[in-house]
Write a protein that binds this ligand. Structure first.
Ligand code: HEC
Length: 457
């Protein structure tokens, strides 16, 4: 080959390579399109319109980018279809779900389909064509090192007969007792400081939360507020309750029969505090429920000595509430995390005279899997910031999500919050900011319940 021919040949090769690379890049663009060009197609555009009408009607609108297309198509959308009264496979109307769960609130499953079979298919096709092939974790984290620098473990010499399913653990710093509720044998186990079992009581249902009642606890008897979940697994059945419990270590007796309030659907946390400032304590209850649920206050009505229920919010999945003067006006407010249909952190601002004004501090996506939060002033500016974990992964899209992890949202001084820090962690379930190292700065301890055990948490 002459020199000129060789040059021409090489030049052609280079041009070809550039064209091929350009094509590949262009095609890749197609995989993560932001879907504007795809939505030139009138059929898909109509699918988007339908999704905007229906998919944003019960919760925050779920953008296709939240999940990969195969998850949408084969897992999430078939599970969601009954909420629109549609059989996911034939597109026809479904049997009334109330027959299998009589406690489901009436408004949850429509008895007539909200969309036709072809409209449903149109929505499915819209998600299929606009969702990414896979979700990519863009932030890398340093490899996790296993060491026991700060903590060591101590294991009690004790075994349950059935595999344990622990639903709550409470440690009373004052007495040193540890209260453990195990759902698999309905046992409440009480251990002393040395992890010796000092009491075992069979319960009516698992306990989801135990709070020591301040002022009543002394060395001899422990008095606490116990939250009985009723049904551990998803249900709206009103089998839960809050009760007063007494544990007497000298006689080694424990009693939980003193009912305070019953007929609750899966309550998961309750506490006692004088929220309205009248000198009498109220009980604040997070009733998780399933399709319905609430956060409410129980107030003592002096006239007939009964308890009045005041609902702060009616939505399922509320798991955690703090009672504190959040706004700094001298009155106690309540801040709650709800984690199911409406995933948000709410402020119930105390306006006096038992009036609470609700505002949303943070709103999360429907796939966030919100799991816990704490109010911590990280930068010492006098305002609460929010430490939040997102990682529950047990519902209708059980794939690892790059946006699950630990977040810090900074308070800008007027209770608006911006994301300041994110640490990706599959299955993040709880985070506690404490000064574990003793250097005067908060550290964060995190646990994960749905970790990526094969690769890295
Ligand atoms: C009638 C109310 C209703 C409508 C309409 C509705 N949803 Fe939902 N959706 C729910 C409820 C309730 C949940 C919570 C389910 C749970 O966690 O048990 C949910 C959960 C979800 C989730 C989270 C799934 C997961 O990973 O846990 C996604 C995603 C979702 N919906 C998408 C959609 C889409 C897309 C549409 C429109 C086709 C839609 N929803 C329409 C009630 C509805």
């Amino acid at each position: 080959m002459s020199r000129t021919k060789l040059l021409v040949f090489v030049s052609v090769l280079i041009v070809l390579a550039v064209v091929v690379i350009f094509q590949i890049l262009n095609n890749q663009d197609h995989f993560f399109p932001g879907y504007d060009d795809i939505l030139q197609d009138p059929y898909l555009l109509h699918g988007q319109e339908l999704s905007l009408i229906y998919c944003g009607s019960c919760h925050v609108y779920p953008d296709p980018s939240l999940l990969p297309k195969t998850t949408w198509r084969f897992e999430t959308l078939p599970a969601i279809a009954p909420f629109l009264g549609v059989d996911p496979f034939s597109g026809e109307g479904i049997q009334d779900a109330r027959r299998t769960n009589p406690y489901v609130p009436d408004h949850i499953y429509p008895s007539e389909p909200m969309v036709t079979a072809s409209e449903w298919q149109n929505i499915v096709d819209f998600y299929w064509h606009t969702a990414p092939d896979e979700l990519v974790r863009e932030i890398s984290v340093p490899e996790i090192i296993i060491d026991s620098l700060f903590f060591s473990s101590q294991i009690p010499v004790f075994e349950t007969e059935a595999e344990p399913v622990v639903t709550s653990v409470t440690f009373d710093e004052q007495s040193g007792y540890i209260f453990v509720s195990n759902s698999s044998d309905l046992g409440l186990y009480i251990f002393d400081r040395n992890l010796e079992k000092v009491n075992h009581t069979i319960l009516e249902s698992p306990i989801s939360d135990i709070t020591l009642i301040k002022g009543e606890a002394d060395c001899d008897t422990n008095v606490f507020l116990a939250t009985f979940i009723g049904n551990l697994f998803p249900s709206d059945a009103p089998y839960g309750s809050v009760r007063k419990g007494i544990f007497d270590p000298i006689r080694s007796t424990a009693d939980f029969d003193s009912l305070i309030y019953g007929n609750l659907a899966r309550p998961v946390a309750s506490q006692i505090a004088d929220v309205n400032g009248d000198g009498i304590d109220e009980i604040i209850i997070n009733e998780f429920g399933h399709r319905d649920g609430s956060v409410f206050l129980l107030e003592k009505d002096d006239e007939n000595n009964s308890l009045q229920k005041e609902i702060l919010i009616q939505t399922p999945g509320c798991i955690q509430s703090y009672v504190l003067d959040f706004t700094g006006n001298g009155m106690n407010d309540i801040v709650s995390l709800c984690t199911q249909t409406d995933q948000a952190i709410y402020l119930f601002e105390n306006k006096g005279n038992n009036q609470f004004e609700r505002s949303t501090l943070l709103q999360f996506e429907i796939t966030a899997g919100s799991s816990s939060f704490e109010l911590v002033d990280f930068n010492d500016d006098g305002y609460f910031d929010i430490l939040y974990t997102s990682g529950d992964n047990a519902d209708f899209s059980k794939i690892f999500k790059p946006y699950h992890g630990v977040y810090i949202f900074g308070n800008n001084g007027v209770n608006r919050f911006d994301e300041k820090w994110f640490y990706p962690l599959h299955g993040a379930y709880n985070a506690k900011a404490r000064d574990f190292t003793g250097n005067g700065e908060p550290d964060i301890a995190v646990i994960s319940y749905f970790a990526d055990y094969e690769n890295s948490p």
